[in-house]
Design a protein around this ligand. Structure first.
Ligand code: NAD
Length: 379
């Protein structure tokens, strides 16, 4: 069985799907691994590192695509690569099957089995494969570091002979994995932190990190689904949140926004009018930019200044931390591979909840109901 590690095609991607550590574990189990030359360079893994882990290096992407049984990726391969994959092979990665299902059509047609890391069920047994959480952890940390670097102020309270400097105020919107990491990082840098989330359960976690939780009375509305995710809110409930946020944003130096609802556009939490009320020199870091953004003024993929407020809308913030982002992602993918590679052979057991939950397509058919619905909605 051959696992092929390719250079990511997306221009702003610096991560690699499997690091040399993961390759060593695979080759130790009798799996052959071939790496496209320089695939790991931006993540700190040289061709020599992969060779030392037991892989071979190839200069021919086309040959790797045509011969691989398993292709772990960070982002889905482009259509022209998908067309070269072997029928019956496996592609696994962040395939965005709910956001852009049509981009997988060529692989489905080729009879490639597709596994989406976004769809791995968030059950206890699958925690070690939870790549969304891994990347959210990196993103939450990096957002605060970048914001602190750009803020024309210090983060901590300082008492100096020249006077006292008050601590920076950070507002975090959405207290899931990324938001909690942002809170923890901002607190470590000495900021005073407030946070808001629609899920009441997030309140205790926010407080345990030393931040204040902004309470909004939504009249007992059910805001959480069975999976622990936020539900899409009614316009009225969203508006109540927006009013509380606008008030807190007026005095904030940094606003980090992370709110998302799986498979939907990110909720709009900061209207342009609220940005206009913010202090000049303050910062909004919109981690939901790839899903449309939580701030109305965000331009996904750009950093802009609006009314004196710098608004970051990074398209791929985790790519700015490629070493640890790749390390975590590679471990998540390796743990998933252990489910489908037994004794050096590919074994796909659709009775396994994790395999069935994350499988997008098999034997030429889309097999996931949500992906089928997403395709219908776009046709
Ligand atoms: P996410 O990235 O989908 O969303 C980020 C946060 O935004 C969530 O906390 C969500 O409640 C919040 N949000 C959505 N709409 C909002 C709105 N209109 N206003 C305010 N906040 C809004 O979520 P995530 O960080 O991936 O995880 C969310 C939940 O899943 C958390 O409870 C987390 O603990 C849980 N989780 C469980 C597991 C597991 O069991 N294996 C793994 C990871 C996360």
């Amino acid at each position: 069985m051959l696992v092929a590690i390719l250079k990511e095609a997306r221009p702003d991607e610096t991560r690699v799907a499997l690091t040399p550590d993961a390759v060593k574990a695979l080759t130790g189990k009798g799996v052959s691994v071939a790496v496209e030359s320089s695939a790991g360079l931006q993540s700190g893994a040289s061709d020599q590192d992969y060779v030392a882990a037991g892989a071979s290096i190839s200069g021919s992407r086309a040959e790797l695509l045509a011969t691989a049984d398993v292709v772990p990726v960070v982002n889905a391969l482009p259509a022209e690569d998908q067309e070269k994959l072997k029928s019956g092979s496996v592609m696994i990665g962040f395939l965005r099957p709910l956001d852009d299902p049509a981009a997988l059509a060529a692989a489905v047609k080729r009879g490639v089995t597709l596994f989406s890391m976004e769809l791995v069920p968030r059950i206890t047994r699958a925690q070690s494969m939870d790549a969304l959480s891994s990347m959210a952890t990196v993103a939450g940390y990096k957002a605060v570091i970048v914001a602190a670097d750009h803020l024309p102020k210090l983060f901590p309270l300082l008492m100096t002979a020249a006077g006292t400097i008050p601590p920076a105020k950070v507002l975090v919107l959405g207290a899931g994995v990324a938001g909690l990491q942002a809170i923890a990082t901002a607190r470590r840098l000495g900021a005073v932190v407030e946070a808001y989330d629609v899920r009441a359960a997030a309140g205790e976690q926010v407080k345990s990190l030393g931040a204040k939780f902004i309470e909004v009375d939504l009249g007992g509305l059910q805001t959480e689904d069975k999976g622990g995710y936020a539900k899409e809110l009614s316009p009225e409930a969203l508006e109540l949140g927006r009013q509380a946020i606008a008030k807190a944003a007026k005095t904030a130096d940094v606003v980090i926004t992370t709110a998302q609802v799986p498979g939907r556009r990110a909720p709009l939490m900061i209207p342009t009018a609220a940005v206009e009320e913010m202090r000049p020199g303050s910062i909004i870091f919109d981690l939901a930019a790839p899903a449309g953004g939580n701030c109305e003024a965000t331009k996904p993929g750009e950093t802009i200044v609006y009314h004196g407020v710098t608004i970051f809308g990074p398209a791929n913030i985790v790519a700015q931390m490629p070493v640890h982002a790749s390390m975590l992602y590679s471990r998540n993918v390796s743990n998933f591979l252990q489910l489908i590679v037994k004794n050096g052979e590919l074994v796909i057991d659709q009775a396994d909840e994790i395999i069935a939950g994350s499988c997008v397509a098999h034997a030429g058919q889309v097999v996931n109901e949500r992906v089928t619905a997403a395709l219908k909605a776009r046709s």
